[in-house]
Structures are given as C-alpha cells and as structure tokens.
Design a protein around this ligand. Structure first.
Ligand SMILES: NC(=O)c1ccc[n+]([C@@H]2O[C@H](COP(=O)([O-])OP(=O)(O)OC[C@H]3O[C@@H](n4cnc5c(N)ncnc54)[C@H](OP(=O)(O)O)[C@@H]3O)[C@@H](O)[C@H]2O)c1
Length: 282
C-alpha cells in the first residue's frame, strides 16, 4: 500500500488553515514566517518556493530573504539577529546548504531557539535527545505524523534507519526509539548493510542516492519510508527502488508525494505552534 503523504499533508494543512482562520476572525494577527536563502542552489529554490506557496495556502504570511552566494558570514549573522529581534515574526528557517564560506553551525546556533521552526538549533536537538519538549525537525516529525495517520504502531518493531544526518537520520532514530521501536542507525561505514536492512520491519532511508535500496535488501511485508530526493535528468527519485520494493512492502512512501509534503506540513505546524504561544503570551 502506498502511503499518501501528499493527501495526508493536504488534509492537515486544511485543518491548520481552519484554525488560523478562526484566530483571524477573532481579530488576531496572521502567523508570520520567513525563509533565509543564500545562493542559487536549484533544489533549494524549489523547496523554498514550495514552503512559501504552502504557507500562503494556509494563511501564514511568509517572507523570503534572498541573499547572494557571495554574502559574508557576518552579513548572514546580522540578518539572523534582525529576525531574532523582530517581535512580529513567529518563526523562520535558514535554507541549507549555505554558501561554503559561511559556517552553518554558527548561523543555526545564533538563531533564537524559539523561532527555530526547523528544529536544527543545538538546543532544540539537545532537548529532543533528552526527550524533553522540543521543536522537532520537520522531516522526522512529518514521518511520525504519517505513521500515526495510518495508525502504524511501531512499538517493538525492528526499525532500521539508513543515514545519520542531524536533520533526518539522527532525529528520526530518536523519535522512533521514543515510540518504543528497537532502532538500528546505519551509515556509509556500516558493514553488510543489506543483511541489516533485510531485518527491518520499518525501514527509513535518508542517504541521497537514487534507488539505492533494492528489493533484495528489504524484508517482505516491511514498512518503507523513503526520505531521499534525487534529481536525475530532471526527474525526482527516492533512495528506494520504488517500483520493485512496492511489490513486497506492506507500506511504502512514494517520491515525490510522500515525505516531502509531510515535511512542509510539519514545518507549518511548527510555525503555528509558536504563533499560538506568541499571541497568548501578549
Ligand atoms: N523529503 C524531505 O523533505 C527531505 C528532507 C531532508 C532531506 N531529504 C533528502 O534525504 C536525503 C538525505 O538527506 P540528508 O540531509 O540526511 O543527507 P546527508 O546529510 O548527506 O547524510 C547522508 C547520510 O547517508 C549516509 N550514507 C551515504 N551513503 C551511504 C551508503 N552507501 N550506505 C549507507 N549510508 C550512506 C551518510 O553516512 P555517513 O554519515 O557515514 O557519511 C549520511 O549519514 C537527500 O536525498 C535529501 O535530499 C529530503
């Protein structure tokens, strides 16, 4: 069965819009969100456009800060300070990757934790790893929302995560562990990867290699979550060989229309969470 990330995200976005509309009707301001993007990375451009478009659809006022590839680190930090101090801004993200001369960790950690709706700040990640109330990174949270929508109980499942990035592999490993799955996190140095993936009841793949996970690496009846987004000759592919793995998986996410829209929805829900806190605290 194909897990319809696009459909689930659309329904969640509609619910979010209703909530926002009801605040506006009561006289509250609109939620506000900003995206900082530096350079002309084509993939980033497309993600950013999708995020801005989705924001507008649910009634979130979104602004893009488009910076040149040649921008200095100090100029990016100055913008971050400005956004941190903007009382009318509920949340913002810095689209990655940043230009090579800009230290990504320095920029992310300069952000106001409360406005870090991507959940990339070291404090948000620390809170997540201590199981405390944190702003969860949008992609892992989107995956959890998708599993919950389909009432897929991960308790006791053997979950294998392929990839250990700070934005996907590590946080999804922790969230699945919190949901009582038994988690194995694998990476590029893992020996005999297919023997491990083949044991997975739930397989989450986030590596950035088109069709890397083939049918022979997947257990019959597994739940397969494909996070990868790879552009090949203008077409999008996941990290999983979808057509083949579909034949044996119990559930599988497609690319596109799987994890991608769920990620954007989770991001907008994070903005809304901050918005609600902000309007009620004033
Ligand atoms: N759908 C969405 O909304 C969304 C959001 C974020 C990312 N993505 C996509 O997800 C993919 C991963 O993104 P990311 O940011 O997590 O990537 P990343 O930072 O490049 O990390 C890739 C991870 O994959 C591991 N890896 C690479 N080759 C491997 C191999 N042959 N076997 C096992 N592990 C391998 C790496 O291992 P090492 O640590 O050993 O190097 C690393 O941990 C990309 O295609 C990206 O575009 C999609």
């Amino acid at each position: 069965m194909i897990l319809d990330g696009k459909g689930v995200a659309e329904r969640r976005n509609e619910k979010l819009k209703e909530k926002i509309d009801s605040y506006i009707e009561k006289g509250y301001r609109k939620p506000t969100f900003a995206v900082v993007m530096a350079g002309d990375n084509p993939a980033s451009k497309s993600y950013v456009q999708n995020k801005l478009k989705a924001s507008a659809l649910v009634g979130i006022e979104a602004k893009l800060y488009k910076l040149e590839e040649s921008i200095s680190e100090q100029e990016v930090l100055n913008l971050v300070d400005e956004l941190n101090n903007d009382d009318m801004l509920d949340g913002y993200i810095v689209q990655l990757p940043l230009p090579k001369n800009v230290d990504t960790d320095k920029v992310l950690n300069r952000m106001d934790v409360k406005k870090d709706v991507d959940g990339f700040h070291v404090i948000n990640q620390g809170l997540l790893f201590q199981g405390r109330n944190a702003m969860h990174a949008a992609t892992p949270q989107g995956i959890i929302n998708l599993l919950e929508t389909y009432r897929i109980d991960v308790t006791g499942l053997n979950a294998v995560v392929v990839g250990r990035s700070n934005i996907v592999g590590m946080p999804i490993s922790k969230l699945l562990l919190d949901m009582n799955a038994t988690v194995t996190t694998t990476h590029s140095r893992t020996k005999n990867l297919s023997a491990i993936t083949k044991q997975a009841d739930l397989l989450v793949v986030a590596i950035g290699k088109p069709k890397f996970i083939t049918k022979d690496m997947v257990k019959e009846g597994a739940i397969v979550i494909d996070v990868g987004i790879n552009r090949v000759d203008g077409k999008l592919y996941g990290d999983v060989d979808f057509e083949e793995v579909l034949k044996i998986a119990k559930y599988i996410t497609p690319v596109p229309k799987g994890v991608g829209p769920m990620t954007i929805n989770a991001l907008l829900e994070n903005v809304f969470k901050r918005y609600e806190e902000n309007i009620h605290s004033k």
